[in-house]
Ligand binder design. Structure first.
Ligand SMILES: [Zn+2]
Length: 433
């Protein structure tokens, strides 16, 4: 048990009085009116002696009752997106507690430095895309990527919709025009990767572990455009190690989406990403790769996000080469030429909150990995990647840990090679490293 450090990219967030072990969410939702009645049971451990603990929950949702281990706390307040509980007695570090929160309202995305994130109504349904700070848009949580927990989602909605949350579908019980869906996510998960998808979808199996949820009108295009995912998983398992979860679901929304979205065990694409000509296959590979890099291995602090996006972008290049497109070397060369013509004012190892999702970070992260691969050779590089994903499977990672892992695996001064890519603004020349 470690106290997750406060993330300087998320000012004003609780700095971790709690380490959450498990969330049990019971949600009753009306699609027609976007009305949510929720109950969250948060099983947690105190990381320090304290009389005050807090969770985040957006202010649009009204808290109606709070219990700690079955009885009322001394007092609680819910202001500015923070639910703060004052306990009756100080808890010693290591004390386990259950916080039971009942709440209701009309959820909406949270607004922050990254625009609107989290719960979002579609024309006829819901998507939740919590990266990086949107989890409190729909449940009370300790919204730190370092605080992974197990989840159970019990969601009741009108009949006629498919409902997907993370993990395994445990039960589905129709009752009086409504359906109760229960999902269990046993592998530890960061709150921002928790999701709920509701829509009028067909559920189509597309591989041994894969399924697609798609509106009927887009089924043919989606089956074609996602038709090589089984091959992609096979390639990535060979290069990166075993697929980290039990299954992989893709949701295609009836609405257009600006960008695809990742969650643990699933990805979400917009209708616009399914053109029937695999026009977005690059993104299909990218989102799939996040299951290893981002979801199984998750950064503890957002400044290390290149460990998610650099790997996911590099996976696009690896898939391109394996599927008969441009080679990784050609892709890297083209990306380097493009970056050389853009402003070099970004340190991808600590880009600042505004540049976390800057495309230059994605490309330069992939270039850093390509430089490392070129220097170490394929055998050592991919062995290192597999060691990395095995050692930190379902865990929390940092750039420092990656460098240490790489130096141990290769017996080479990897920091000297990577530092100019990660910690300096000027783009290293092509072939550096
Ligand atoms: Zn990504």
């Amino acid at each position: 048990m470690t106290a997750p450090a406060a993330d300087p990219y998320l000012p004003g967030r609780p700095d971790g009085d709690l380490d959450v072990d498990r969330y049990e969410l019971e949600l009753d939702y009306r699609v027609a009116t976007n009305r949510l009645e929720g109950r969250a049971q948060v099983y947690a451990t105190a990381v320090r002696a304290t009389v005050r603990v807090s969770l985040e929950l957006q202010h649009r949702l009204r808290v109606t009752q709070v219990l700690v281990d079955g009885s009322r706390p001394d007092r609680w307040t819910h202001r500015g997106g923070l639910l703060v509980l004052k306990l009756k007695h100080e808890m010693a570090a290591g004390t386990q507690l259950v916080i039971d929160v009942r709440y209701s309202g009309q959820p909406a995305p949270v607004r922050g430095p990254w625009g609107e994130v989290g719960w979002e109504e579609l024309t006829d349904g819901v998507i939740v895309a919590g990266q990086p700070d949107g989890a409190p848009s729909w449940f009370p949580c300790h919204d730190s990527p370092a605080d992974k927990a197990a989840y159970r989602f019990t969601v009741t909605v009108e009949a006629g919709y498919e409902v997907v949350a993370n993990g395994r579908l445990v039960s589905r019980s129709p009752r009086a025009g409504r359906v109760r869906w229960e999902y269990e996510q046993t592998e530890p998960m960061a709150p921002y990767l928790a999701t709920l998808q509701i829509g009028r979808y067909l559920r189509v199996p597309t591989g041994p572990r894969e399924e697609v949820l798609v509106p009927a009108r887009l089924r043919e295009a989606a089956e074609h455009d996602l038709g090589r995912q089984t091959e992609m998983i096979a390639l990535f398992e060979e290069l990166f190690g075993p697929y980290p979860f039990a299954a992989y679901t893709v949701v295609v929304t009836d609405d257009d989406l600006e960008i695809p979205l990742e969650a643990q065990g699933l990805s979400v694409f917009g209708a616009n990403h399914m053109d029937g000509r695999r026009g977005s296959e690059r993104l299909v590979a990218h989102e799939l790769a996040h299951q290893w890099f981002g979801n199984s291995l998750t950064v503890g602090l957002w400044r290390d996000i290149w460990l998610h996006e650099g790997f996911a972008c590099y996976a696009e290049w690896l898939w391109s080469e394996a599927s008969g497109g441009r080679t990784a070397q050609e892709q890297a060369r083209a990306a380097h030429t493009r970056l050389a013509g853009l402003p070099q004012d970004l340190v991808i190892g600590d880009p600042g909150p505004d540049a976390m999702f800057d495309d230059r970070l994605y490309k330069r992260g992939a270039l850093a990995l390509h430089a490392l691969r070129t220097s170490l050779g394929d055998e050592t590089f991919f062995r290192l990647v597999r060691t990395w994903t095995a050692r930190y499977r379902h865990g929390t990672v940092s750039t420092k840990e990656f460098v240490v892992c790489a130096e141990l695996e290769s017996d080479r001064p990897v920091a000297a090679l990577l530092d100019p890519w990660l910690l300096q603004k000027d783009l290293p020349p092509w072939g550096a490293g």
